[in-house]
Design a protein around this ligand. Sequence first.
Ligand code: T1G
Ligand code: NAD
Length: 708
Amino acid sequence: MSDLVEYTREGSIAVITINNPPVNALSPGVPEGIAQAIERLNSDSAVQAAVVIGAGRTFVSGADIKEFGKMRAGGAQGTTSLPDLLNRIENSAKPVVMAIHGNALGGGLELAMAGHYRVAVPEAKVGQPEVKLGIIPGAHGTQRLPRLAGVAKAVAMCSEGSLVPATDAVKFGIVDRLITGDLRAGALSFTQEVANQRSPKTSERTGWQGTPGENAAVFAAARESARKKQRGMTAPLAAIEAVEAATKLSFEEGCRLERKLFMECLASQQSKALIHVFFGEREVAKVPGVPRETQAVAIHSAAVAGAGTMGGGIAMVFANAGIPVVLKEADQAALDRGLANIRKNYAGSVSRGRFTQEFVDERLKLIRPTLDYGAFADADIVVEAVFEGMELKKQVFGELDRLCKPGAILASNTSTLNINEIAAATSRPEFVVGTHFFSPANVMRLLEIVRGKRTSKEVIATVLQLSKRLGKIGVVVGNCRGFVGNRMFHHYVRESVFLVEEGASVRAVDQALFDFGMAMGPLAVGDLAGLDVGWRIRKEYRHLERPGIRQPIAGDRLCEIGRFGQKTGAGWYRYDEKRQAIPDPEVAELVRRWASEAGIPQREISADEIVERCIYALVNEGARVLEEGIASRAVNIDIIFINGYGFPAWRGGPMWYADTVGLKKVYERIRQFAWQHGEIWQPAPLLKELAEQGKLFAELGAKLGAAV
Ligand code: T1G
Ligand code: NAD
């Protein structure tokens, strides 16, 4: 027997324990081990039935994702395929009871469904999350799940990939019994009860199918929802097709179709991209220069300075994670406004069913409003979110330095200012760090962690750990204007405005990028965020611009005539009472006039060119960010854009996308743009180098630079 799977006896019951830390993935050796254990069960006259259980923190979290590359290349995963194993379990003459704690995900749930019974602790979760990796269940999940849970539940679980708590799974028929207390003991006593009964096979269940009419409606609704909520993704539609097959074909035929669809998905660019994102999200937590054993500081309490748009949201983020937070404002009116916004925000979450009223009441109790910095003395971390302005930030940090306890982390939410300069206003620059939340802070998953010249590695480790607790993805970045995200995004937005000035319509630019997969077009994003924000920043930095370099003009001109975007009812678009964007002929007219005054010739511009100009602008600047070490790996940039800027995960992020297009092609196109549009498009040296050597961004190792 392999050491990944253990076979022991407990009276007349065999206990088969899967032990493949950290998550008991079905890596090579595990299916073989389980198959041997099932064989032994059936030849072991001393036992009547078996319990399958996971060692450590979980049941089984699915197939081993690291093996997918080999599977794509046609390599065997191991000697026993998962589908084979599952059939052997189901055909076992002696009943097999699956005992679930932690997660039963993907192949883990498929394994569980091949058993004759399932028991679970109430905290356990089950799901078929494969679509999040661009694939579908590949070991009969789409065929067994509808037989247990019915067509509607199965199609939702397989196409959305969301996890179901055991307390619901028991209602849906996926789990037979909840075990409170010790799972192993509970599972053994359950197994005793069923040991002599005929073992029910999931694949032979009847009575789960709806009428053809009911099913047709379920599948039509699922397809519509997938096209809307998982726009651009192919796997959810394949998952729906596979579950639909369960209602029309025999179990065996359904499994064959599932296999075919699974292999197609596995070979797709989308699954490669989504798996890159899966590992990338975990990789960003590993920071070169900050070893795993770096001592993080315990965070028990927090404080936030400024209760505006960001400060209020950040206070909610702490409260939602159960961390008490003091919220300070400059005056009572601003504090009242801030708190009213927080309440309104929570009320919205309750009405949408995201939070219960009790949860919100508990969270609100954790937020302590104040006008006095005195309350900051106990905080383990302070996040400053006052107005953007160096003088004010320095003054606030000077005060924080005087008032906060030694060892407290002083973090700034600045989006443009130099963290080193802010840190210099304190006597403890090693405790100063940027925590750049994205708006709305309580919703957006991204947190850029800005490492100043003197920020200590303990502080970085602490903020990284904290970001996970806050439900955020923390990505460490170096200190430069705009850090990684906004610095690159600036180039993307610049191109979108140039394109409008060259003759593309506002709608055409947004539509092309929306169709590419971006959550919103860049101009609509500008209207949402407020065009005046960028305008103000551009005015502040105008003195740094080199003369003779083309600058976008239309955005600033719109601001000059009071069109700030949604907040003024008009920006690139006009907005009706429902904040619906309406293309505005007046903008088209104005832009044409401004372009003609500036001598910009007008032409037809294709959707392809719109995408290339905007996305390659990101890529070129991304290459510079990498060169400078502002991001330590290409995947860090990908994770930033997917989680902070609505870049489609199924394209893997801008740098991964460029790799898939081919860097040579991207580089050649950028050279053409440089020829057409001048110096602003000078290819980044790193891009040139990789293109000439036939290499990929993904091949660059982690680099020690400003971010590390
Ligand atoms: N394969 C390989 N490694 C995995 C893994 C997996 N399935 N799941 C997790 N890991 C690694 C992960 O990279 C990390 O490594 C460590 O385990 C801890 O994970 C046939 C085809 C289980 C909820 O999609 O959702 O089954 O960074 O940091 O927050 O139909 O991991 O430490 O080196 O995320 O406690 C379907 C994916 C596969 C589940 C745990 N299963 N995993 O979260 O820890 S496809 C999934 C998760 C499949 C079948 C198909 C989460 C988790 P390292 P972690 P966590
Ligand atoms: P805001 O104008 O909505 O809020 C700032 C708040 O700070 C105001 O309520 C003001 O009364 C308060 N304030 C000023 N001085 C103070 C003091 N001494 N003590 C306590 N409170 C004080 O601004 P915002 O949009 O929340 O931005 C805050 C910070 O976050 C800025 O540095 C900004 O660059 C950054 N940021 C903003 C966004 C965004 O989308 N709005 C995104 C990321 C980062």
